[in-house]
Design a protein around this ligand. Structure first.
Ligand code: HEM
Length: 435
């Protein structure tokens, strides 16, 4: 009997092999493939592996939501693994499911609300630095300022009082290299390994009942148990803490960097933000859950900034069982590329896609699922820190913009640095003036 072999139905694509990484060339390649072949493209990599680039909103949703179980994290994650071990962002299958179930409660709204005072405190520290710069008529590097803000915030949220007592006790923040060094190469991995001993010491002292009476992420992680009553081991905790530090600061820092850049070049947007902040957050004492929720225009500005500059600009997956997308087969072992950056700027789905227009997020009643928008991903692996980051960013803008007018030192676009995260190529300098 002859076996009947059905040919794999593949989306259109070039005959010649195509290299794909996580870099500027890959962005240009994907944009070119889309313009030549449409929203579903297949390529063969130089290694012979099949890869699909999917820019069709419903198929993207299908991969991330309904069929997510057929995919694991894809190419590029090996490098992240060197940094984050088997923490939540890189793990898959049962390991991921167990960790996600144990960690998710830490991010309940009720818990995140307990961290709002820390968000205000970190804004106050930035305000003091910016006020000195304004008085001395000096420009500030908003790229490193937003990095310092977000790094300090996530470290206090994780370690509570241990941040002051143990982390910066020596005068230097041992994690500062994360906000200063934009490469994610081996030297960063080595430095992360060096601070692991400090983290182990803090974990050990917490396990001995020392400190951590207040709410912080570490105390929730330490108390978390799986369905068999098991807790995280020290090694698992190390991976999860490193994941939380990296995931929690870099994305918010990059977003705020772009937000300040966009606001400083759009007087109308700035005026509307100021009006809202003046009405809703007249001062620090007005910061509470209800007032921050009422900052709807600030929310739109943040969403629009994340549309134009999604920090995680490319997601990769690899199929581990057969799937079908539209009329096409996805054989096991196919690499999948999805790009919020490209989808958010595809003219079929967004009018005037390169225009910064926060009002496009004001269309009340527009069903979310019709919007090809996923800066935080979708489905079961959606970002755990989404609510936290909006709260952090709304408080940051709501408290600091009314204090400082920020003027651009250079009107040219700072360019894009396209690696695992989307950053500005040049640091953005702004001249603060007290209002
Ligand atoms: C503007 C801010 C942020 C953006 C745009 C963002 C975006 C994302 C994206 C796209 C993913 C999924 C990546 C993938 O599946 O390949 C993710 C995962 C994750 N994010 Fe965020 N993130 C932000 C802030 C935060 C913050 C502040 C925290 C923690 C405090 C956080 C914690 C996490 C964690 C733990 C995961 C892994 C979830 C899982 O795989 O189960 N993120 N984030």
């Amino acid at each position: 009997m002859t076996a009947v072999r059905t040919a794999t139905r593949r989306p259109p694509g070039p005959q010649e092999p195509v290299s794909l990484g996580i870099d500027a060339e890959t962005l240009a390649t994907l944009q070119d493939l889309r313009s030549r072949y449409g929203n579903m493209v297949s390529v063969e990599k130089p290694s012979g592996r099949l890869a699909y680039f999917i820019n069709d909103p419903s198929e993207v949703r299908r991969i991330l939501v309904r069929r997510h179980g057929k995919y694991v994290k894809g190419p590029g994650f090996e490098r992240v693994k060197m940094l984050l071990g088997n923490g939540l962002i890189v793990s898959d299958g049962d390991v991921w499911r167990r960790s996600r179930t144990m960690i998710q409660p830490a991010f309940s709204r009720q818990n995140v609300h307990r961290l709002m005072a820390v968000m205000v405190q970190c804004c106050d520290r930035r305000a003091a630095v910016w006020a000195r710069a304004a008085a001395d008529d000096e420009a500030i590097n908003i790229t490193s300022e937003t990095s310092d803000f977000a790094l300090e915030l996530i470290l206090i949220c994780i370690f509570g009082a241990d941040y002051e007592k143990r982390i910066i006790a020596g005068g230097e923040n041992p994690f500062a290299f994360l906000s200063r060094d934009s490469t994610r190469d081996l030297s960063v991995v080595m430095r992360v390994r060096q601070v692991r001993q400090l983290l182990l010491d803090i974990i050990a002292s917490r396990r001995n009942g020392d400190g951590g009476d207040d709410f912080d992420f570490l105390s929730v992680y330490l108390a978390a148990t799986d369905k068999n009553g098991g807790a995280f081991t020290d090694k698992e905790l190390l991976d999860e803490l490193t994941t939380l530090i990296v995931a929690g600061f870099e994305t918010s820092a990059n977003t705020l960097n772009w937000v300040w850049y966009l606001i400083s070049g759009n007087a109308d947007v700035e005026a509307e933000l100021l009006e809202e902040a003046g009405r809703i957050l007249p001062g620090v004492s007005a910061v509470n859950v209800e007032s921050v929720a009422a900052m709807t225009y600030t929310q739109q500005v943040l969403e629009e900034s994340l549309r134009l500059y999604p920090p995680v600009w490319l997601f990769t997956r690899r199929s581990h069982e057969h799937d079908e997308l539209g009329d096409y087969d996805v054989p096991p072992g196919t690499d999948i590329y999805l790009s919020p950056y490209i989808l958010h700027r595809t003219e079929d789905f967004w009018t005037d896609p390169d225009l910064f227009d926060p009002r496009r997020f004001a269309e009340a009643g527009k069903p979310q699922k019709d919007r090809p928008y996923f800066p935080f991903s979708l489905g079961p692996r959606r970002c755990l820190g989404e609510y936290f980051s909006f709260l952090e960013m709304k408080i940051h803008i709501g408290l600091l913009l009314p204090k400082f007018r920020m003027n651009r030192v250079d009107d040219r676009h700072p360019g894009l640095d396209i690696a695992i995260n989307l950053r500005s190529q040049k640091d953005i300098m702004l001249q603060p003036a007290l209002r």
